[in-house]
Design a protein around this ligand. Structure first.
Ligand SMILES: Nc1ncnc2c1ncn2[C@@H]1O[C@H](COP(=O)(O)OP(=O)(O)OP(=O)(O)O)[C@@H](O)[C@H]1O
Ligand SMILES: [Mg+2]
Length: 229
């Protein structure tokens, strides 16, 4: 089968977790494809497997069955060192709890993914530019504890974009934000994405955010269903 050089393809992906009461099926036979420049929102109740799906797509958590391919490569069929490099180069991840390093400044946090790149020093200017784009040019030396929730989310977004990933995965990037801050983060996300040949998957509980995406899915009972017009 010919696989497009730069697509994300999930085919027949299932995920079970062992529990004391037997196997818990979180994802059952899920297939999804994204091409460069395509964006999809994923909605669904708490515990339905949205974060799990993003982890699997982002080479962070192996599926129990099925295949993941990004740029033609299955990250779960290469060795751990290659997979870590692959992830660093290809995937940007905005985690649900943003996971900023508390002891590092805003600028240092954004530079973390670049530490393992071949030429980390080259990223400093880009980090400053990205922080400017997310409206934090005057917060470079702040620690995460000195930022608001929305500002932290914007730092996490800049960090996810520092290596110009092929695939940008955002897990509730507007969670816990008021409407205005959520709209600002959403604007940034769609604007940054529109300028790139990136593939974007965003998990959200926010119907207003989901409605701004050309494709929207709902995860329920371990299945992914398209929703929308
Ligand atoms: N390591 C694990 N072992 C066992 N069960 C797990 C594990 N990780 C997640 N789960 C279970 O898998 C289900 C899906 O979890 P997941 O975090 O993907 O949900 P979610 O849709 O992102 O929820 P939320 O909207 O609350 O973030 C949950 O029921 C969770 O308890
Ligand atoms: Mg989640």
């Amino acid at each position: 089968m010919l696989i497009h050089e730069s697509t994300l393809e999930l085919s027949g992906v299932s995920k079970q977790y062992p529990t004391p009461r037997g196997q818990l099926t979180v994802l059952a036979d899920i297939s999804l494809a994204l091409k460069p420049g395509e964006a999809a929102a994923i909605m669904g109740p708490s515990g339905s497997g949205k974060s799990t799906l993003l982890y699997i797509a982002g080479a962070l958590e192996a599926p129990s069955r099925g295949e993941v391919r990004l740029d033609g490569i299955d990250p779960y069929r290469i060795n751990e060192r290659e997979a870590a490099e692959f992830r660093g180069e290809k995937v940007g991840f905005v985690f649900q709890d943003h996971c900023l390093l508390p002891q590092c400044t805003v600028l240092e946090n954004v530079l973390v993914p670049a530490l393992v790149a071949k030429n980390p020093a080259a990223y400093r200017k880009r980090a400053q530019e990205l922080l400017g784009q997310v409206g934090l040019a005057d917060r470079l030396d702040h620690l995460p504890a000195e930022l608001s929730g929305g500002e932290k989310q914007r730092v996490a977004l800049a960090r996810a974009l520092i290596r110009s990933p092929r695939l940008l995965l955002c897990d509730e990037p507007t969670g816990n934000l008021d409407e205005a801050s959520a709209a600002t983060v959403a604007d940034l996300l769609l604007e940054l994405h529109a300028r790139k040949e990136t593939m974007l998957m965003v998990v959200t509980h926010n119907p207003a955010l989901a409605a701004r995406f050309p494709r929207c899915y709902e995860l329920r009972h371990a299945n992914l269903q398209p929703v929308g017009p």
